[in-house]
Design a protein around this ligand. Sequence first.
Ligand SMILES: Cc1ncc(COP(=O)(O)O)c(C=O)c1O
Length: 366
Amino acid sequence: MKLNPVLERLTPYRAGPPLATVQKRYNLAQIARLSANESADGPFPEVVDALKEALDGLNRYPDGWCADLRETLAAQLDIPESCLVFGNGSCELLMLLGEAFLGPDRHSVFPLPSFVMYKAIAAANSAPFTAVAQPELRYDTDALIAALREETTLLTICNPNNPTGGYLEPRQLRSLLDRVSEHTVVILDEAYGEFVTAAADQDTAPWVADYPNLVVLRSFSKIYGLAGLRIGYGIACPEIIDALDKLRQPFNVGTLPQVAALESLRHPARMEERRVHVDRERRRMSAELDRIGVGVLSSQANFLLVNVEGLAVPGEEAAQALLERGVMIRSGYAMGCPGWIRVTIGKVNENEHFLAALAELRGFGG
Ligand SMILES: Cc1ncc(COP(=O)(O)O)c(C=O)c1O
């Protein structure tokens, strides 16, 4: 057997043990799952109804063009249908962009810390990369620009950034785009874009008309609560969309994800409710962490990056100590930000559970 040598540089993604196993091991009545930035709530009720109706047609392949979804989304975003591509999660589109633009002679740039897939995708395509450290975990666009080389074909910006929650305003983004040469494709990963409440925020979809090297990626996994179905989309000029269409499987997005995404788009008020909830909880949790003397970064996403130095346990053990108290979060040690943990904003009772467990580790009693 002769495996592709690139595999030596890759590590498989291993999810943690099943929930039931963890519950049994630590004798927990319940677990607050605040580790994967999922929505605390499932699909909208209308989406569940639409999914039930669609079950009958599953003997057929899905619509490989996502025509109904494409038409509705293009109208909502006010962009041509030819500027859209759909994927099995936005992660599939990230991978296809890697295939389309990276290779051994092509360089990739992304911030550190940021979504771990950016590095994995560069490695999978044998591409050299620069992970640009962000001083004090805040976006430094000058440092990103300084890392660009003649052979840089991809620059990825995650906005808001996972795991810091940091946000670049439209003005800062445009100024960054204006400084990137047109042979470098800029991926603007907006998996958490719907959680932004900053007053200056703008829809970036129409920007692809101004920047032919821009690809905006969005996901139905987060605010819409469809992580289990796998669907996301990309917005770009037709030349980039055509490249991704050549690389993708003919039927890369299943029927149920298409139905669920389309129905989700019909209920903007429900999405707004979720945004308001996350914003309220984001402020409340940050204030409470502040009160108990725990550092937290300002976030525009559905998660917070929380400092775990100075707890009753060493920072590396904070994730385990919280798990034993029934709270699943993500340790920053594997994400390029040692000394921090990332906690997803969940339901009020889950957030309370997290705050109580952390206060206990901070020495504020049980
Ligand atoms: C920044 C970022 N981009 C993309 C994704 C992938 O999302 P999807 O579920 O749409 O594949 C995630 C998932 O956590 C993410 O954090």
